[in-house]
Design a protein around this ligand. Structure first.
Ligand SMILES: C[S@@+](CC[C@H](N)C(=O)[O-])C[C@H]1O[C@@H](n2cnc3c(N)ncnc32)[C@H](O)[C@@H]1O
Length: 253
């Protein structure tokens, strides 16, 4: 088991790096933006994994950016949420991390003054920051998000007990809006090592009507020299089924 799944490790790390530049794991919003365009959320190009080709009905279309409710899991001090907000994602954006040290820093950074400076006095929904462990039941109602992004945190959780990862995916599925909700996973893991965690009892299409995977090469060696993601990362776009939650409609398919 590695330290990346340990709350103690992350609290220590964020306390020690409080005054440093934000740390962006794997890739930034600019690099991920092409995958996050609402019109691409129908699970388009890339390799489609063992699921039905999604049939996207007009009524099930992904919402526009300004209405899209976004959840970022294991947000860290990445500027992903800020850059998305500045790019028009206003539905609003909720950030979750289990490090209370980090959440306090983010609340301070993105307090009222930040929104006043950036937007004048426009009545915008500020980003929310919630301290929660994503391996436990999430403190959100069913279907309360249209897009859930997990960049790096899935890999951190995976370095701990594997049962936790199944709980994470079950909760992601529960809080995603049915029919159009998308789970966007950015990870170092190729499909051979990640699909098993996206499945429900060995069935990928129980949770998802479509999953597409994109291999994203990285140019050059990243700051943590010699790490596995020098080779690149994978982005998985998983679109939730029209039935509500795991267990529903098992007998009616
Ligand atoms: C590799 S960093 C990624 C940070 C950020 N998402 C990024 O892309 O730069 C992993 C983050 O996940 C958080 N994390 C790890 N395990 C967690 C858990 N069980 N619940 C919530 N957050 C967790 C850590 O505190 C850390 O901020």
């Amino acid at each position: 088991m590695s330290f990346y799944s340990s709350l103690y490790y992350w609290n220590q790390r964020y306390a020690a790096t409080a005054n440093d530049q934000p740390c962006e794991w794997y890739m930034n919003y600019t690099q991920l933006r092409p995958f996050l365009e609402p019109e691409r959320m129908g699970v388009t190009p890339g390799t489609t994994l063992r699921v039905h080709k999604p049939q996207i009905l007009k009524s099930n279309r992904f919402p526009r950016k300004r209405e899209c409710r976004v959840l970022i899991l294991g947000c860290g001090n990445s500027t992903l949420g800020e850059e998305m907000m500045l790019d028009g994602w206003l539905g609003p954006i909720t950030n979750v991390d289990f490090s209370d040290v980090l959440i306090d820093q983010m609340k301070h950074k993105y307090g009222e003054a930040f929104y006043r400076n950036v937007f004048g006095y426009m009545p915008l929904h500020p980003m929310k920051f919630v301290c929660a462990d994503i391996t436990k039941p999430l403190p959100f109602a069913n279907e309360s998000f249209d897009l859930i992004i997990c960049k790096g945190a899935f890999d951190a959780v995976l370095s701990g007990p594997k049962t936790s990862v199944h709980q994470v995916v079950a909760e992601i599925h529960r809080v995603l809006a049915r029919s159009h909700g998308v789970f966007f996973l950015v990870t170092t893991g190729n499909p051979d090592s990640r699909v098993e965690y996206l499945e429900y009892k060995y069935e990928l299409n129980h949770y998802w009507q479509g999953v597409s995977v994109h291999s994203i090469p990285l140019d050059g060696t990243r700051e943590r020299g010699g790490s596995v993601y020098d080779k690149g990362v994978y982005a998985y776009l998983c679109r939730k089924h029209h039935w509500a939650n795991a267990g529903d409609n098992l007998n009616t398919r």
